[in-house]
Structures are given as C-alpha cells and as structure tokens.
Design a binder for this molecule. Sequence first.
Ligand code: GLY
Length: 294
Amino acid sequence: MKNKKLTIIAHGGAGGINYPARRKSGLVKAVHAGYDILKQGGSSLDAVTKATTILEDTTVFNAGTGSYLNLLGMVEMDASIMTSELKFGAVAAITEVKNPIKVARLVMERTDHLLLCGEGANKFARLMGFDSYNPETREKRRLWQRRRKRLKNRYFPKLEELAGIYGTIGVVAIDKNGLISAANSTGGMNMNLPGRVGDTPIIGAGIYANKNGAVTATGHGEEIMRNLLCFRAVKLMARYPASLAGKKVIEYATRQGCRCGLIGINKTGAVLCVNNTKAMSWCYIKDGRLSSFP
Ligand code: GLY
C-alpha cells in the first residue's frame, strides 16, 4: 500500500540513554511491528497498541516488565491511549498486569469511564481475562536497593532528587484513513511515593489527540501535568507545521522549568520530536524510511 501519510513514531524516555543498543533495538522492533499493521491497512489504534506492548515487554524501558519500583519497592504502572476522534482510556497505579496499555484500551472500548486506578484497575483487568503478573525485574530491584540506601530511610524524597530518574514509553501513529492515535505507558518515577500518579494517564498532560494531531510526553510528570503540555502541543499543531509546534512547545516547557520530551504526528503525517533533557531515545518510520536517535 502506498500512502504518504502512514507514519509511526515511538520514544523510550527522556531521562538519558543508558544501554543505547538495547533501547534502539526495542524501539526499532516496536515501530516496525506498528508500521506493518499500518501497511496492511490496519488502524493506528492497533499499531500503537502493538508497538506499546512490545516496548512494555522490553525490560530496558521503564514500562510494563522492567518498570521502576516505588519507595516501598513495589511496581505501580500508568498507561493511556487516545485517538483523534477524542476516544480515551487509561489506568493508573495498576500493579499486577503484563501490559497496562491493553487494559487502558479496554477501559476505552468496554466502559463508560476514562480512567481506572489502583485495585479497581486490577479488578477490571482480571474481569477482562488478564492473568496476574509480576512486572518486577532483578535489574530494577538492584537499582531500587542502591537508591534506597542513598535516601537514608526518608519517606518523602524530594522530587528534585528523583527528577532525571524517570522514563516513559510512548507511540503515535497515523493510518490510511487519517486516524491518529497515541499511547503511552510508565512505571512512574523511580522511588516515587506509593499511590503517586504522573502525567502519563492524564488527558491533556501526558497525552492528547484531536483532528489536528496527537502528542505524548515523557519527563517530569508533575511539571508536565502543571503545564498541560500535550494539550498545548496539539493546539499549536492546529496553527503551525509540526516541527514549529514542537519548537514552540519545548521552548515554553523550558521557560516553565519543565524537563521533558514530546513526540507527535499531525494530520498530514508530519512528525514532532523534541526534548530539553540530556537525551531522549526515539525512532520513527515515515514514507517507509526509518530514522532514529544516533
Ligand atoms: N512522565 C512519567 C512520570 O512522571 O510518571
């Protein structure tokens, strides 16, 4: 199928690029899987769900299996999905599922709600047939043990100390019918307080989509929420080309002291990919050609 619009972009977090080869291989696999769906005429909703699932299963990323542990050493995950038709579903502080994004999608498709959290989200996942699953990895447990010692048993670590220890994964795609979808998933910030929910499942903050485009963010969740960053970015997409909208939103974020990265696609299939942190891992396929972080 030859369709100039078909595009998919993914990121693996803006908190720096440790293990670059593992990150790149996960991102490349994810965008290829999503792009195959688009090429076969599938929907952007299926493409972002598939790509996000792959990133959640790739343990180097802070999402799904391999999520960061909170202050008490537990994994709590957030995820959301949104389309340019304003359909939205999300889960927050969900604990015992392999792929939070699949549960978020079912919140969108099977309920009258937008966001389920905590035990309610777990219960919903069980009702939808998802097995109980422990997403913790030994790598992230060891990281938690090292950081826990440094915090000297304080229960309220300052966000400043945690900032930079974040990561999220996100995917945006446009299909042959012009439907644009965005999805994201995260284990939150390393060592965050139990019950803390970041920007990822908050509509307008960590994700937004409308007929002009779709954007998802990564970075310091509290700042992203305070600035409703994705809503702002999509609004800019209505007036400016994607690259200029990206430049304006990241300049705004920097002025506000918000450390973040954003990816997006507008209604013409043009890509937005910006960050103001040390580094963000990203990868996209447009017109059949793959580009990625160096
Ligand atoms: N951006 C991910 C988080 O702050 O939870």
